[in-house]
Design a protein around this ligand. Structure first.
Ligand SMILES: Nc1nc2c(ncn2[C@@H]2O[C@H](COP(=O)(O)OP(=O)(O)OP(=O)(O)O)[C@@H](O)[C@H]2O)c(=O)[nH]1
Ligand SMILES: [Mg+2]
Length: 239
């Protein structure tokens, strides 16, 4: 578990001059919500670029990762696809929330019960002492099933506003069309997770600081929250 929860990783190949390899930042994003809302399909869509042929209820957690590039920096987005069923998640819950960078709450627009469950998912976050600085977003999935919608955009938007979260409506299955053949104007899964990654990058910039005396031409780059939390290793590159 320690490896998967660290927030930097080293490139496996050393450069010929034996300089420290560049490090890739990892953003840990957990995806939570009732069983069946489509968490596995959403994370699969983002990381594999397609809708899975079939899914089974997630047991514990599945990890999916994707390397993205923002402003020239390669970042690993690590999605924690959590189990919605209580019996498959209870032994894992503490790991979900450890060192998490962002939370994606998912409900199914065709299932009002999954929307009404959202306060209990928010409460679970609160119980795990998630700070206000951890971005949260709300995602209504299965927008392709427009004829079966039970949760209106207005009601969902009011809920999102009340909890200071942006709302996205999407379909992991069909980002462009509805089951009745009409056009689907929902948000694309790719764009949703990229928005979260941009937010995290803007919150946690790599900052340039003066090298301590005696380090010659070494510059020290640190993450903002390394200074705040004091729990991150020093990242040094030779200029
Ligand atoms: N029509 C439609 N079906 C979807 C969509 N996303 C997921 N599904 C279906 O919903 C069912 C549940 O999807 P999962 O992704 O396994 O749900 P989950 O939230 O991961 O469920 P747990 O692992 O039990 O927590 C599957 O039959 C999917 O095919 C979508 O955008 N549109
Ligand atoms: Mg699942």
């Amino acid at each position: 578990m320690a490896d998967i929860e660290s927030s930097f990783e080293f490139s496996s190949s050393l450069t010929s001059s034996s300089l420290p390899p560049p490090r890739t930042r990892i953003f840990k994003i957990i995806v939570i919500g009732d069983s069946g809302v489509g968490k596995t399909c959403l994370t699969y869509r983002f990381c594999a670029g397609k809708f899975p042929d079939r899914t089974e209820a997630t047991i514990g957690v599945d990890f999916r990762e994707k390397i993205i590039e923002i402003d020239g920096e390669k970042i690993k987005v690590q999605l924690w696809d959590t189990a919605g069923q209580e019996r498959f998640r209870k032994s894992m819950v503490q790991h979900y929330y450890r060192n998490v960078h962002a939370v994606v709450f998912v409900y199914d627009v065709t299932n009002a019960v999954s929307f009404r469950s959202l306060p209990s998912w928010i409460e679970e976050c609160r119980q795990h002492a998630l700070g206000q600085e951890v971005p949260r977003i709300l995602v209504g999935n299965k927008c392709d099933l427009r004829h079966a919608a039970q949760v209106s955009t207005d009601v969902a938007q009011q809920f999102a506003d009340a909890h200071s979260m942006p709302l996205f409506e999407t379909s992991a299955k069909n980002p462009y069309g509805n089951d009745d053949g009409s056009r689907n104007d929902s948000d694309h899964v790719e764009a949703i997770f990229m928005t979260v990654a941009h937010k995290l990058k803007s919150q946690k910039p790599l900052i340039l600081s003066q090298p301590p005396c005696g380090l010659g031409d070494t510059v020290t780059l640190r993450r903002q929250d390394e200074e705040e939390r004091g729990s991150w290793g020093c990242g040094c590159w030779r200029s």
